[in-house]
Design a protein around this ligand. Sequence first.
Ligand SMILES: NC(=O)c1ccc[n+]([C@@H]2O[C@H](COP(=O)([O-])OP(=O)(O)OC[C@H]3O[C@@H](n4cnc5c(N)ncnc54)[C@H](O)[C@@H]3O)[C@@H](O)[C@H]2O)c1
Length: 252
Amino acid sequence: MINILMSGCNGKMGQVITRLSEQYGDLKITAGFDIFDSGRNSYPVYSNLEQCKEAIDVIIDFSNPDALENIMRFAVEKKIPIIVATTGISQNQKKLLDSASGTIPVFFSVNMSLGVNLVIDLVRKAARILESNFDIEIIEKHHNQKLDAPSGTALVIADSINSVLELKQEYVYDRHSRRKKRSKSEIGIHAVRGGTIVGEHSIIFAGNDEVIEIRHSAMSKDIFGTGALRAAKFLYRKAPGLYDMNDLIAEE
Ligand SMILES: NC(=O)c1ccc[n+]([C@@H]2O[C@H](COP(=O)([O-])OP(=O)(O)OC[C@H]3O[C@@H](n4cnc5c(N)ncnc54)[C@H](O)[C@@H]3O)[C@@H](O)[C@H]2O)c1
């Protein structure tokens, strides 16, 4: 049995993971960490990690960058592997993850969906093979409450394509203000907003007389929770080091 400390346990993702973990026979949330206690969990919730007495094998963190120093200090002191899924962490906080990874296994990913990370891997392969003959366009779709555009994941996809191409591509967002032909050195990135779409990313490789489209659709936040629980199984008993979804996919 893998005993998990859920950091940010009373947030949206913490509750998704609490629900999903009940379907697993080999892992269990044994304790939670949160500044807010709803009193509705079947496990004890601590606002001060010093008070946590349960034996923990892996920490999963979906909380807030403000919690990071606290949770990393606890993980390093107790030598517990940690999965950090909280987004918006600073460059200095990233260095904290790097230095902790000398002592404990640290898993960090801003997108814990196994499917999205597999798509990134497939797209990288496709870009390498199709480089000179195909135009690449990315279309992302999200619900009408989303503030940022394009999505962070669309940019991660574009960056990962660029990382394997010899001719580096410029990103062109929307084309309404341009009246000129598409160049060979651009990736078009387009955002659609509407209804309750959880998240969709399509990567289009358009060539002469053939089009390849790689598409991922998210139906709910469960995909991030499932990815985090898989990462917990992956990280348990790993050697100290910095890991991400590529390492997990490579082992699947
Ligand atoms: N990596 C991924 O795939 C992925 C997917 C979804 C969300 N996220 C990220 O996970 C984080 C949480 O997302 P959410 O939607 O559950 O947010 P949320 O606001 O619903 O939950 C955050 C929880 O953390 C707690 N918290 C805040 N500050 C804290 C502190 N200093 N110490 C302890 N607990 C603290 C809050 O009380 C809350 O219960 C965000 O950063 C979000 O962007 C990452």
